[in-house]
Design a protein around this ligand. Sequence first.
Ligand code: SAM
Length: 279
Amino acid sequence: MKLDEIGIWSEIKLNIVKEYASAFTTIMKSKEWCKGYAYIDAFAGAGVHIRRKTGEFVPGSPWNALEIDHPFTEYHYIDIDKEKTEVLEMLTREKFNVKIYQGDCNEILTEKILPSLPYRSYKRALCILDPYGLHLHWKTIMEAAKLKTTEIFLNFPLMDMNRNVLHKDLLSADPEQIERMNQFCGSEDWQEILYKKDNQMNLFGDIYRVKVVDSNAKLGDWFKKERLQKAAGFKFVPEPMLMRNSKGGPLFFLFFASHKETGEKIVTEIFDKYRKKYL
Ligand SMILES: C[S@@+](CC[C@H](N)C(=O)[O-])C[C@H]1O[C@@H](n2cnc3c(N)ncnc32)[C@H](O)[C@@H]1O
């Protein structure tokens, strides 16, 4: 199969997740009450990528998570693409505690994995939600949040949003794409945040809705405060990290959300380190 090619920002994301995963298991290992700590990669990919610049192999997030000093006690890898899950099966066939699922993670997470992590289980989990586009449903984030056992990294796919939904005039966006955005955010309020009514009308009498300036920052701020903190109830959500392509165009925000202050503190330090180095 053809492996995905990745750029520098995807590699930075991989390093950030790996560093935090390592800190997470070191802490969890020391908690006597803890009966297990799971790593969940809901958009796992094949476990290995190709570095766009050089053609070299780069380990993906599922592979990295297996390589850390104190491994997780269980691993759950999901991908919708059968070829990718077959590669994952091959890479992990000697690992007894890795489970691989082929299908839509919105269903697999809510029906099979998250129900095994209630608060009374004394387990904790780190869940990586890393879609290329608007493939995640808000209700999946809510299911993870309400357990209070699970922290998330979330790839907030600005490129898909900007290309397919957040046109200068919202009337020109395909209603199906607007619905994908609503489903990802679990709300239509982004429309009020990002668009102002114009007094002009088109031929059909629809009032134009024109995008505000600095829309990426406004969207990120709204999603952090109103969705992850207020609606989902994650108490600790550091400022997300904005990842850009080589021409400076925004690709995605990397969000982290937790119920624990320690998680926020560690991720803020990791984000700051990479901001200093690359921004
Ligand atoms: C950005 S890649 C994942 C990269 C991986 N996290 C890493 O860093 O190594 C996104 C993956 O999501 C998969 N995908 C897309 N929609 C999905 C869905 N609804 N459920 C599960 N996987 C999905 C794609 O096949 C693709 O492999």
